[in-house]
Write a new protein. Structure first.
Length: 133
């Protein structure tokens, strides 16, 4: 257990990659930190290993995303990561997972916005930081 705590401390102290939206490129695509989504995926993957022992790591992810916002493009296929995370044994950390879920991308079920699966992901950023980029 001491080794796990040491590892979590090191991960949290290493910091987090924020979205850092920089406007649009010549192709009208939003430019930002490409490591942001990868960093979220790594955090989710580590937490999935043993959610009950990763409460501090989950709390750190919630804090980082609350402060820096979340930016996920349509092409990032992030729903798979969320599904994998929610399929982990989250029973002991349900309240923290619920807080995290509020910060992660939303999906639209309105008619006309559906893809072939009936769900259309959209790029999303935390409203608290949307005007500051």
């Amino acid at each position: 257990m001491e080794l796990i705590n040491h590892f979590i401390d090191r991960v949290v102290n290493h910091g987090f990659q924020f979205p850092m939206i920089q406007g649009t490129g010549e192709d009208w695509q939003i430019r930002g930190n490409t490591a942001h989504v990868k960093n979220i995926r790594v955090f989710l993957s580590l937490i999935c290993q043993h959610p009950k022992k990763s409460k501090r790591l989950l709390s750190a992810l919630i804090i980082y995303l609350s402060i820096g916002g979340v930016f996920i493009k349509d092409t990032d296929l992030f729903p798979r990561d969320i599904t994998g995370f929610l399929n982990a044994d989250i029973e002991g950390v349900y309240n923290l997972v619920k807080q995290l879920a509020r910060l992660l991308p939303a999906f639209s079920m309105k008619s006309g916005l559906r893809g072939s699966s009936g769900i259309s992901p959209r790029s999303w950023m935390n409203p608290a930081t949307a005007g500051t980029a």
